[in-house]
Design a protein around this ligand. Sequence first.
Ligand SMILES: NC(=O)c1ccc[n+]([C@@H]2O[C@H](COP(=O)([O-])OP(=O)(O)OC[C@H]3O[C@@H](n4cnc5c(N)ncnc54)[C@H](OP(=O)(O)O)[C@@H]3O)[C@@H](O)[C@H]2O)c1
Length: 314
Amino acid sequence: MNQKRIVIAGGSGFIGRVLAEEFSARNFEVIILTRAPHGRADGIREVAWNGKKLGGWVQFVDGAEAVINLAGKNINCPHTPKNVFKITASRVDSVNAIADALAQVKVPPRVWVQASAVGFYGDTGNHIRDENFPSGENTLAEICRQWEAAFDSTTVPQTRKVVLRIGFVLGRDGGALPLLSRLAKFYLGGAAGSGRQYISWIHLADLVQMFVTVVKRETLAGTFNAVAPGAVTNAEFMGELRRVLDRPWSPPAPEFAVRLGAWLFNFEPSLALVSQRCSADKFLEVDFQFQFPQLRAALENLCPKKNASPAHPP
Ligand SMILES: NC(=O)c1ccc[n+]([C@@H]2O[C@H](COP(=O)([O-])OP(=O)(O)OC[C@H]3O[C@@H](n4cnc5c(N)ncnc54)[C@H](OP(=O)(O)O)[C@@H]3O)[C@@H](O)[C@H]2O)c1
């Protein structure tokens, strides 16, 4: 039997690399759309696109089982007007390019899974946000609103559409966890700002299974928060991280110190200071089985003690 094909736009990044390997291990033909294709020896194929316009890549979308879109300029840079424009445009353009491709092909994919982020809800404070809440007010919310609006406005009658609003992804080889771990090891792993802002995190292994679930289950459509059930405050998160790394105490980092560090090291301070407390109920209601529903187990898995072999690969 022919292999089913998955096309992953932006599949060269932190999430996409692991997702591509998972689908490949499940015997899918995996095509990564990237601006800088490399030859690979693992059976996964990288195909050139520019994230904006139609090109030879469209032939791979024709007849694919699924297209997954992760493409977009990384948000971990200062949110200057110029960067915000690039962050937004790279997302909206890639959505539009995929929509144009779907309109051209003979056999459109059965499902299109589009990444978004829990930043959609803005600063949630202590309030829990499920998928029915409207978008919030800050810069990230505005970016996500435009990103999702572009996706919502696509007309693809033969294709099931799913949005995953992804939380703070915890993985060993990318995202912010390796940096936070290094800081914690140097006794710089204190709570950031008030420490009361929530973090809706997710272990990369669970996120990957969420993508697999929405691709496979024909009944799932619409928007899902892709977060673990146990959102924690920043103080709780940093406390657990220090505990796992045997650093019981670190001085807290008040807001001005976070802003100064962000200025010195060229990152966006709001990513550490804004509260994102989101519900995982929608995935729980469809009986999604979290491998890492609790933060402690997730961190122990990703930050194993020296000499201990990791329990899980990501
Ligand atoms: N990681 C998280 O914690 C997290 C949380 C919430 C949402 N998300 C969303 O999930 C998606 C994947 O996240 P990630 O952490 O895997 O991101 P990533 O490592 O930055 O990968 C994103 C990919 O997008 C492509 N890309 C970058 N700039 C682009 C541009 N200007 N035009 C077109 N493509 C561009 C890159 O591929 P090439 O350079 O190969 O073209 C890159 O590999 C992103 O959209 C992100 O916003 C991630």
